[in-house]
Design a protein around this ligand. Structure first.
Ligand code: AMP
Ligand code: GLY
Length: 437
């Protein structure tokens, strides 16, 4: 049977998804419903249409037009709007959870409550609020180790961490007041100290197959300074672990993902079909769960999908059909480093509409388009993370050198973090972890 595959979204993550689909030897046609022009995706698709990816009706009507048999939802917003529910309703098998199950990402309180109810390890002390009642008392319980999280999707901007964004209980109370005034619920939780990593698993409702661990860098500037971003770059190691993690850490993260999938099925009577992306922190007291996302990470997808040795369409069918246990999911044993080139001024006041030139990049397979546009035949920045570059080698150190050379060859009013994946920075992570254990 021919696979008609619909990809929803048009960033670098979706470019990585489309490339992985394109590598499959199965008979297929790929379609993309996009939020912006992505020349890398467009050249691999039978049809590339720009439209409102967050409107379930528009998505379903595009799925019908293209006779889609399988859909892959890239970003979280369509999941929050019930796009997966609508697609399943129209008979399209979908990678990405239905709206209720996507609460794992869209509601921080939901996730904390679920893990607590099912005694899943890795959770912090926490309380949920929708007024200031009890906030000062709970802050006193946590002392200087607290995090305040807006309980909804906020593009990474709703989380404020003590010592980082909040310096006194008065500042924390003022932020909570802001959240109350805007009618939002929020969570206050214990702050963990350690090293963060992402561990994504394919999940078919019952069975999980895990991907290599990845470390993201959320801060805009070198040395992990500056404002939070969607992620400036990532690395993964040839052994599918990370230099600062041991086998037990990876096993604990796997176990938390497995237990969470089971809890979701028990709670909703229906399994989670999609990517279960645990954002973890390795601490002196074991692996802790920072958050869940209900989709591939961006940039993490650009690290792991190019390593996938198995047929991606087979893996996707395993996820949607509940037969993942019968599918081999193998990743190559190579290290990867991904760096984003982003507009000058990103994330607060990015330049926009300025031409960029990628013609000096040597390995086009390692180049992923993100927030770009074509104006008068010219590739321009569209204001968010612009292009990602991935290098692959036997070691993180060698992969970093490849990536750095290639990302520096992208010209335009852009910047990137030179430090991601360098020996110095990786050593700092290892030393930090060793100092804690
Ligand atoms: P989130 O959106 O929940 O991933 O939070 C964004 C960032 O805030 C995370 O990547 C962490 O760096 C930080 N963070 C969130 N929760 C905690 C926590 N409980 N302890 C320490 N850092 C946290
Ligand atoms: N890499 C962070 C995210 O995808 O949310």
């Amino acid at each position: 049977m021919k696979n008609n595959i619909l990809v929803i979204g048009s960033g670098a993550r979706e470019h990585a998804i489309v490339r992985a689909l394109d590598r499959s030897t199965q008979e297929k046609a790929i379609y993309c419903l996009a939020s912006n022009m992505n020349p890398g995706i467009a050249e691999l698709c039978t049809d590339f249409t720009v439209g409102n990816i967050n409107d379930p009706e528009i998505v379903v009507s595009f799925a019908k037009e293209t006779d889609a048999t399988l859909a892959i939802v890239g970003p979280e917003n369509p999941l929050a709007q019930g796009v997966a529910d609508a697609l399943w309703g129209a008979g399209v098998k979908t990678i990405g959870p239905k709206k209720d199950l996507a609460q794992l990402e869209t509601s921080k309180a939901f996730t904390r409550n679920l893990l607590k109810a099912y005694n899943i390890p890795g959770g912090p002390k926490y309380q949920t609020f929708d007024t200031l009642d009890g906030v000062a008392e709970f802050l006193n319980v946590l002392g200087e180790n607290y995090v305040v999280k807006y309980d909804g999707l906020a593009g990474g901007k709703g989380v404020k961490v003590a010592g980082d964004h909040l310096h006194t209980h008065d500042e924390a109370l003022a932020y909570c007041q802001e959240l109350v005034d805007s009618g939002g619920e929020f969570v206050i939780e214990e702050k963990f100290v350690g090293e963060e990593f992402s561990l994504m698993s394919f999940c078919d409702g019952d069975n999980l197959k895990h991907m290599p661990a990845v470390q993201d860098h959320k801060r805009a500037y070198e040395g992990d300074t500056g404002p939070n971003t969607g992620g400036m770059g990532t690395y993964s190691d040839a052994n599918h672990g990370l230099p600062f993690l041991n086998d037990d850490d990876i096993a604990e993260a796997h176990a938390i993902n497995i237990a969470t999938a089971k809890a979701l099925k028990d709670n909703f009577g229906e399994g989670y079909k999609g990517i279960l992306y645990g954002g973890f922190m390795a601490t002196a007291n074991g692996v802790k769960l920072i958050e869940y996302n209900a989709r591939f990470g961006d940039p993490e997808a650009m690290n792991v999908l190019p390593l996938l040795d198995s047929d991606f369409i087979e893996v996707c069918n395993g996820v949607t059909d509940g037969t993942l246990n019968n599918v081999e999911v193998k990743f190559r044993h190579k290290a990867t480093v991904c760096k984003y080139a982003v507009p000058e001024g990103y994330p607060d006041s990015p330049t926009k509409g300025e031409p960029i030139d990628v013609s000096k990049v040597k390995n086009l397979d390692g180049l992923f388009y993100a927030s770009v546009d074509i104006q008068n035949g010219q590739l321009v920045e569209a204001g968010s993370r612009t292009v990602a570059v991935v290098g692959m080698a036997e070691t993180i150190s060698d992969a970093e050198k490849i990536t750095e050379k290639e990302v520096s060859a992208v010209s335009g009013p852009l910047f990137h973090r030179k430090d991601i994946g360098t020996d110095d920075v990786v050593k700092k992570r290892v030393d930090h972890m060793n100092s804690l254990r």
